[in-house]
Design a protein around this ligand. Structure first.
Ligand SMILES: NC(=O)c1ccc[n+]([C@@H]2O[C@H](COP(=O)([O-])OP(=O)(O)OC[C@H]3O[C@@H](n4cnc5c(N)ncnc54)[C@H](O)[C@@H]3O)[C@@H](O)[C@H]2O)c1
Length: 460
């Protein structure tokens, strides 16, 4: 099929590449000329495992092209995906300016029947707005071209995006029940047939329910994380090991093990903004989402927990102190630094006079970019960050090591070496990666999240 993707970011690029991989002819559009030039020269603007190969293979087969030419792009696709960003507005609502601008481009350039797919995460009712904008543009040029707006939210996870797209848990598609809606439904069914070979994964529903499903999914996942973080906080107070509790409750099939890790808070481009946007939608309807308000509040607090543990151990004044930090990205297997807990920790340490040596396997360049913005008003603090190419280089002379992102490469370091390299052998484990007993045996003081029972046991 001929497919056009408007917005070649994380979601757009993965969607375009994976749809080309199953034989479609895909045209990816973006307004960012630099990004399109990079893609056309064989580069990849994001780190995503496996994506480079899929893009290269399909470019070589001429099933995947990149351009900023809206008219050509809109003319190309029988199905047009809108996959642009929906960042939070000042009031927490989803900012729809990019979605509506993409819709306007479609209305301006479309000829025959088009299926317009909202793949961006958008609040309930957005399809109506997209429809109205396209209609307005068609009217302005006296066109009676037909189209149907479909909701097909994306559930891929950064770090496993290609795998998630190629083997999705579910495909959610919302169509309306008009004749054009029925044509759109048939087109979407054909498009997704290769992804349903093993078993049917598509859930068909109305457009508004599809829009809502994405927010409800992210809100649920964020809730599980904040729930465990709140339990971990209490566990620290009452001498309980949250990891033992995680196993004890995760084994219940009604609960399950996924997304039950206590840690130093969730970040990224989705959970924080989607939770906020859902709360905002509720407020517009006179409702207050009490659970989600708490989820956000707990997460905000949680991002400070690692820094607070360090301050509790070393004191409020950290001048002259030096810390090693492993992990900057908001989660492993990505270079995405949006809302990353590492940014909060760096603020806490540097503003109190400490210096840091940091390492991340792939996010260092992106970190340099965002930290230059975070510390634009405090260049002296920024100058106290040293970036290290390998994790062990961050350790010498550090008063402690803090783990912020659970990269696989951090899971099993040589603790004897760690102990001898650190000035004082202390580890703050923001992702509960390590076994406290192993560290105790290695002579390393250990602070996890919700693991005070282990630390107390070692002390006695
Ligand atoms: N990143 C994720 O893991 C993920 C997962 C599921 C859903 N989503 C949702 O998907 C949407 C896109 O997210 P993302 O992370 O891919 O964003 P992104 O910022 O990586 O990419 C958006 C792209 O759209 C381009 N763009 C903006 N306006 C445009 C226009 N008018 N025409 C053409 N291109 C335009 C930008 O230049 C950018 O390259 C968001 O709504 C997000 O919530 C993201």
């Amino acid at each position: 099929m001929k497919i056009t993707i408007i917005g070649t970011g994380y979601v757009g690029l993965v969607t375009g590449a994976c749809l080309a991989e199953v034989g479609n002819d895909v045209f990816c559009l973006d307004v960012d000329q630099g990004k399109i030039d990079l893609l056309n020269s064989g580069g990849i603007p994001i780190f995503e495992p496996g994506l480079g190969d899929v893009v290269a293979r399909n470019r070589a087969a001429r099933r995947l092209k990149f351009s900023t030419d809206m008219a050509a792009g809109v003319a190309h696709g029988e199905i047009l995906f809108i996959a642009v960003g929906t960042p939070p507005d000042e009031d927490g609502s989803a900012d729809l300016q990019y979605v509506l601008s993409a819709a306007r481009s479609i209305g301006r350039h479309m000829g025959g029947f088009k299926v317009v797919v909202d793949k961006s995460t958008v609040p309930v009712g957005t399809a109506d707005k997209v429809r109205a904008v396209i209609q307005e543009e068609l009217r302005a040029r006296d066109s009676n071209a037909r189209f149907s707006v479909v909701s097909n939210p994306e559930f891929l996870k950064e770090g496993a995006a290609v795998e998630d797209f190629m083997r999705p848990d579910r495909i959610v598609i919302g169509c309306d029940d008009t004749l054009d809606g029925e044509h759109a439904r048939q087109a979407m069914k054909t498009l997704y047939t290769p992804f349903n070979r093993n078993h049917e994964r598509t859930f068909w529903m109305d457009v508004r329910s599809a829009e809502f499903t994405k927010y409800a999914a992210n809100a649920m996942l964020a809730t599980r994380i904040s729930f465990m973080n709140e339990m971990a906080d209490l566990a620290d107070m009452v001498g309980v090991d949250i990891e033992a509790v995680r196993h004890g409750i995760g084994s219940d099939p009604r609960i399950g093990y996924s997304f039950l890790y206590a840690g130093c808070g969730y970040g990224g481009s989705c959970f924080p903004k989607d939770v906020q946007a859902l709360e905002r939608t509720a407020r517009e309807h006179g409702r207050d989402l009490l659970i989600l308000r708490a989820v956000e509040e707990v997460n905000h607090r949680q991002k400070h927990v690692l820094g607070e543990k360090i301050i509790h151990r070393f004191g409020e004044d950290l001048s002259g102190r030096h810390f090693a930090i492993w992990g900057l990205a908001f989660k492993p297997n990505t270079n995405d630094m949006r809302e990353a807990p590492s940014r909060v920790l760096l603020q806490q340490l540097l503003s109190r006079g400490a210096s840091v040596a940091v390492h991340d396997p792939v996010a260092m360049e992106e970190a340099k970019r965002v930290l230059a913005i975070d510390f634009a008003e405090a260049p002296e603090q920024l100058s106290r960050i040293r970036f290290c190419d390998v994790p062990m280089d961050a350790l010498p002379d550090a008063d402690a090591l803090a783990i912020v992102t659970e990269w696989k490469a951090f899971r099993s370091p040589d603790f004897t070496q760690v102990k001898s390299d650190l000035r004082t052998p202390v580890i703050f484990d923001g992702r509960n990666l390590f076994d406290p007993q192993v560290l105790a045996d290695a002579g390393i003081e250990y602070y996890g999240i919700g693991r005070s029972a282990c630390t107390q046991a070692q002390a006695t």
